[in-house]
Design a protein around this ligand. Sequence first.
Ligand code: ADP
Ligand code: MG
Length: 247
Amino acid sequence: MTRPLLRVKGLGKTFVLHGQGGLSLDVMQDLSLTLSPGECQVLVGRSGIGKSTLLKMLYGSYRITRGHVCLHFDDGDLDLAELPAHAWHALRRDVIGYVSQFLRCVPRVPAVEVVMEPLLMRGSDPEEARCKAEGLLERLNLPQRLWELPPGTFSGGEQQRVNIARGFIGEHPLLLLDEPTASLDATNREVVVELIQAAKSRGVAMLGIFHDEDVRERVADRLLPLDDYMPRPDMNHCEMHRGEASQ
Ligand SMILES: Nc1ncnc2c1ncn2[C@@H]1O[C@H](COP(=O)(O)OP(=O)(O)O)[C@@H](O)[C@H]1O
Ligand SMILES: [Mg+2]
């Protein structure tokens, strides 16, 4: 049995809505999971249950309110709940990749450069990075005439393919996927399934959200129903109290 790469224990999230007089919203309680290299676990549950919130906590976009998120390395473990802010940059560069639901478009940056950036941040050779980026865009059937254009005006599906190429190019050991196939046609969904399967065989650990049942069945080693980690009914779901800052 492979040693887990990620171990989440007792994870909880409370949002504090400062614009609403400090109203607090409990969205997750006592979630635990372990994820091993080469394994793909799929988060399931109705819209609003907290799937994206979980991925954002693991990527450091949302603060962890309660619990521990341990990454295991050969030379020791790291608890992301206690990671100082300055350490996230290196972690995202080298360890945790993320395909967000929507591409964050930076004006004037051509699609191919958006895709190659994760490699450049690691000091890769620019020509090699460009070559790899073009290979991925070609594989994802993004027309070559778009490669040198900024993706701001691309269709949803085109932007998502740029996003997927950017997420997979870095070959991070842990990859978080937030509905990467939601706006893709069947041909490109198939390419994404192949990219995920290839990443699995390289030993990449993945945690993903996929609404398409066919995709889910083909990539998932295990389903993680988030309904099991809703705050208990006896907890005040929307109780007023002025708590710690949370996002
Ligand atoms: N930044 C935020 N501030 C306040 N509430 C949030 C924030 N992000 C998400 N939520 C709330 O957390 C709950 C879970 O949202 P989300 O994780 O996006 O759900 P899912 O991805 O499962 O559809 C929702 O009720 C949502 O409104
Ligand atoms: Mg979501």
